[in-house]
Design a protein around this ligand. Structure first.
Ligand code: AHG
Ligand code: MN
Ligand code: MN
Length: 336
C-alpha cells in the first residue's frame, strides 16, 4: 500500500534545500493550505445558498450569509493573521493594504498579495473558480507596520506564489522558485496530496484563450493572431481550438497542463487590459516560468520585471507555452 505525500511534507522537504530557513515561509504556506480547505468547503455549498439563505440575508442558523468572495477574503485574512508569519496583505477586495498589529505579526518577514476569489462571475453557475496568492519578503524593518512599498516590488522578488482551483476537484499549485508543484485535495482525509510533482508546460500547444466577445476592440496584432490560430496549417498543428472559461485560474491551469496561450490584451478603452499585476499576473507569471512557460505584457516586457506603481494596477497579459507567447509578441510588434 502506498501512502499519499501531503502538502505539508513537500513544503518541509523544499525548506530543507535552504539550511538556514527557520520555517516561517513553510508555516505561512501551510496556513494558506488550511484557509483553502475552508474556502473549498464553502464553495462546495454555493448551490445551497438559496436553501441556507442568500447573500445579505440570514441563514437558518440566524447568521448573515456573505458573498463568497467576501467570505474567502475574510478567511484568508484571518488565517494569515493566525499564522503570525505575515505582517500585511494587499487584497483585491480592499482598497488599502491590511496591516496586522499583534506582536508576532509585526515582527513577521512576509507580506501577501491576494485575489481571494478569482472568476467570481462563475460562482453562481457552478463553474471553476480560484484563489491566487503571492508572497514577498518585506522591505521595511520587522517590528513596524507593513507599508505600501512592501507590496510594490517587482514579481522577480516573489519568494512564493500559487493558486487554488476549486474545480472538478480542488487543487493547490505553488512554487517557491524550485519548479511548479500541484496537489489535489482528498476530501475524505482533508489533505492536499501530491499529484503533479513537477509541472512542465509544453513549449507549444493547441489552445488559445481570449474573450473573443471583445474582438472588435482588439488591435490589429491580436485580431491577426486570432485568425492565425484559426487557419489550417498542418506543419504547425493549426487550426488551434478556442477555450475560455472566464476564470483566469481555470483557463491558465488547463493551458499549463495541456499547452496553450492565455491573452487578456489592451484595447483603446482599457490601455492596460483588465487583470491586476500584483495578485493576478505576477503570481501566474512566476508559476508559468517555473513550469517552463512565459508571461509578458504584449509589449515585449517580461511581467516579472515590471515595477508596480500602485496596488491595484492593471496590465495586459499574455501567458502560457513559450513558443506561443513569442508568436503573440511577434504579431503585436508587426501589426501595431
Ligand atoms: P475576479 O473574479 O477576481 O474579478 O477576476 C476576473 C478576471 C479573471 O479571472 C478572468 O480571466 C477575467 O476577469 C475575465 O474577464 P472577462 O469577463 O472580461 O473576459
Ligand atoms: Mn481575479
Ligand atoms: Mn477576485
Amino acid at each position: 500500500m502506498t501512502f499519499a505525500v501531503t502538502l505539508n511534507e513537500v513544503i518541509m522537504q523544499k525548506q530543507s534545500a535552504f539550511p538556514y530557513a527557520k520555517g516561517e515561509l513553510s508555516r505561512l504556506l501551510s496556513d494558506i493550505g488550511v484557509a483553502a480547505k475552508i474556502v473549498h468547503r464553502e464553495v462546495n455549498k454555493a448551490g445551497l445558498v438559496d436553501i441556507l439563505g442568500a447573500a445579505g440575508v440570514e441563514n437558518v442558523q440566524g447568521e448573515e450569509v456573505k458573498k463568497l468572495d467576501i467570505f474567502a477574503n475574510e478567511q484568508f485574512i484571518s488565517a494569515l493573521k493566525t499564522s503570525g508569519m505575515c505582517c500585511g496583505i494587499a487584497s483585491e477586495e480592499n482598497e488599502e493594504i491590511i496591516t496586522y498589529n499583534d506582536n508576532l505579526s509585526l515582527n513577521a518577514k512576509y507580506v501577501v498579495c491576494l485575489d481571494p476569489l478569482d472568476g467570481s462571475s462563475n460562482i453562481d453557475v457552478n463553474v471553476s473558480i480560484g484563489t491566487i496568492f503571492s508572497i514577498y519578503r518585506r522591505i521595511t524593518e520587522p517590528g513596524n507596520f507593513a507599508e505600501e512599498k512592501d507590496f510594490l516590488q517587482p514579481g522577480t522578488k516573489q519568494v512564493a506564489a500559487g493558486y487554488v482551483i476549486y474545480g472538478s476537484s480542488t487543487m493547490l499549485v505553488y512554487t517557491t522558485g524550485l519548479g511548479t508543484t500541484g496537489f489535489t485535495l482528498d476530501p475524505s482525509i482533508g489533505e492536499f496530496c501530491l499529484s503533479h510533482p513537477n509541472m512542465v508546460t509544453p513549449k507549444e500547444g493547441k489552445i488559445y484563450s481570449i474573450n473573443e466577445g471583445n474582438y472588435l476592440k482588439f488591435h490589429d496584432g491580436i485580431k491577426k493572431y486570432i485568425k492565425y490560430c484559426q487557419e489550417k496549417d498542418s506543419a504547425t498543428n493549426r487550426p488551434y481550438t478556442s477555450r475560455y472559461i472566464g476564470s483566469l485560474v481555470a483557463d491558465f491551469h488547463r493551458n499549463l497542463i495541456k499547452g496553450g496561450i492565455y491573452i487578456y490584451p489592451m484595447t483603446d478603452s482599457a490601455p492596460n487590459g483588465k487583470l491586476r499585476l500584483l495578485y493576478e499576473c505576477n503570481p501566474i507569471a512566476f508559476l508559468a516560468e517555473q513550469a517552463g512557460g512565459k508571461a509578458t505584457d504584449g509589449r515585449g516586457n517580461r511581467i516579472l520585471e515590471l515595477s508596480p506603481k500602485s496596488l491595484h494596477q492593471r496590465v495586459p497579459f499574455v501567458s502560457g507555452s513559450s513558443k506561443m507567447v513569442d508568436k503573440v509578441e511577434e504579431f503585436i510588434s508587426t501589426y501595431k
